[in-house]
Design a protein around this ligand. Structure first.
Ligand code: ATP
Ligand code: MG
Length: 398
């Protein structure tokens, strides 16, 4: 358990684009919720640190991810960030990926639950309540790939043909190649976090989502290693003799079912029968698709929160991008970052403030006070700007 002082320093990265709209709104409502919960006894000391475009304005042209930012995020353990612009050229694929890899934030945790009043395309949105644990450091996202026609790609193709005997696949000329590394240690630490979470939060099941039928030694191995962690480290027992496992709750509650599902089937089942799923553990690419698809069920990325976690460091973040088209117009939905902040408060052990804030935001939306993204698909709602939405949440807190 994290030990947090009454006046913790929390580094925040405002973020680019709509980051400048949603981050102040998030801080405003978090401060109000903490004040409501504890008067002046507890208060966050916000510390601005820089990354992305804003960092280049403060530190100079080529500094997208200053060392001071990394140091602050490491030292203070808990931090929160808005969306970032990635430099074009310069060799960096994504600033977000760079941050996750540098700090070894190997879990991307994405809760998906429906909030009363939020417009949803599914028939029973009230049944949607899942938490996705997406592996964040490996898989095809490791960034090991070669362009078609490059000397390295050609060399690799020749090697595969001549040294490795990969004769059954005809590599055409001009073939791009990507590598998908999936390790035992990387898979196990992710599944460990998911099972731990299920135990701590009284969840009913953990589903290992994979494409093991096609990719045996990466996706299939992930499934095997996942079951292995459940059996060997948590003492799960076979369920009805099948591959699924049953994990007894230490405090006598309903046992947790550890199961698996092929990723494409999961996409369908999670949309048709959301009630059958609870905690989900999966590799990087599957997790990327699944998180956004499920977020759409409950109102989209404007309200879907997320956290990137390592063994000690946790960085909470908006799951959407910088949305340059609406940046600076005070119209973005701050919901994603606000709910990420409630995850942060929970993580800090400040659950009372998290609950107050979540309830106030839910009541605001249910009362029909919403930003443009929701307003356009709702009847009889009142359109609010980013700042006004935050103020409406604060009013419900006071
Ligand atoms: P980036 O390249 O940084 O991802 P983007 O334009 O793709 O930028 P996204 O955040 O991925 O931005 O947004 C995709 C779409 O969703 C955009 O049309 C954007 O307007 C909308 N959107 C994203 N976040 C929000 C938000 N918080 N509130 C309202 N609309 C949003
Ligand atoms: Mg985008």
């Amino acid at each position: 358990q994290l030990s947090v002082p009454d006046h913790p320093i929390i580094p925040f990265i405002e973020g680019d684009g709509i980051g400048a709209d949603v981050t102040p709104a998030m801080r405003r409502v978090v401060d109000a919720a903490v004040k409501k919960a504890w008067g002046g006894k507890r208060q966050i000391a916000w510390m601005e640190v820089y990354a992305g475009e804003k960092a280049t304005r403060v530190y100079g042209d080529d500094v997208w991810l200053p060392d001071e930012t990394l140091a602050a995020v490491r030292d203070h353990v808990v931090s929160i960030k808005g969306p970032l612009t990635t430099p074009v050229g310069g060799g960096m694929r994504s600033l977000n990926v760079a941050l996750r890899q540098t700090l070894d934030l190997y879990v991307c945790e994405r809760p998906v639950r429906w909030f009363n009043g939020v417009p949803s395309p599914v028939r029973h949105p009230e049944h949607v309540d899942m938490v996705i644990f997406r592996e964040n450091a490996e898989d095809i996202y490791a960034g090991i790939e070669w362009q078609a026609g490059s000397a390295d790609a050609d060399r690799l193709i020749r090697y595969l043909r001549e040294e490795m005997g990969v004769g059954n696949i005809r590599f055409p000329e001009q073939c791009g190649i990507g590598i998908k590394p999936v390790s035992e240690a990387g898979s196990k630490r992710l599944v460990r976090k998911a099972i731990r979470y299920a135990l701590d939060h009284n969840r009913r099941s953990v589903t290992l989502v994979h494409k093991g039928n096609i990719m045996k030694f990466t996706e299939g191995a992930f499934k095997q290693w996942g079951y292995e962690v459940a059996r060997e480290e948590f003492g799960a027992e076979p369920l009805d003799g099948g591959p699924w496992l049953s994990l007894a709750h230490p405090d006598g509650g309903e046992p947790i079912v550890i199961k698996d599902m092929i990723a494409d089937a999961m996409m369908q089942e999670a949309l048709l029968h959301p009630r059958d799923f609870d905690v989900v553990a999966t590799l990087n690419l599957n997790g990327d698709y699944l998180s956004d698809a499920l977020a759409a069920q409950v109102g989209g990325i404007g309200i879907a929160p997320g956290a990137n976690r390592g063994d000690s460091i946790a960085m909470f973040e908006a799951t959407h991008g910088t949305a340059p088209k609406i940046a600076g117009t005070n119209s973005a939905n701050p919901g994603s970052l606000i709910l990420s902040a409630t995850m942060m408060l929970e993580y800090m052990g400040w659950g009372e403030a998290a609950t107050l804030l979540t309830d106030a935001m839910e009541a605001t939306i249910a009362g029909g006070e919403v930003t443009g993204d929701f307003h356009q698909v709702m009847d009889n709602a009142t359109l609010l700007g980013t700042t006004e939405f935050a103020e409406a949440v604060v009013r419900r807190l006071e």
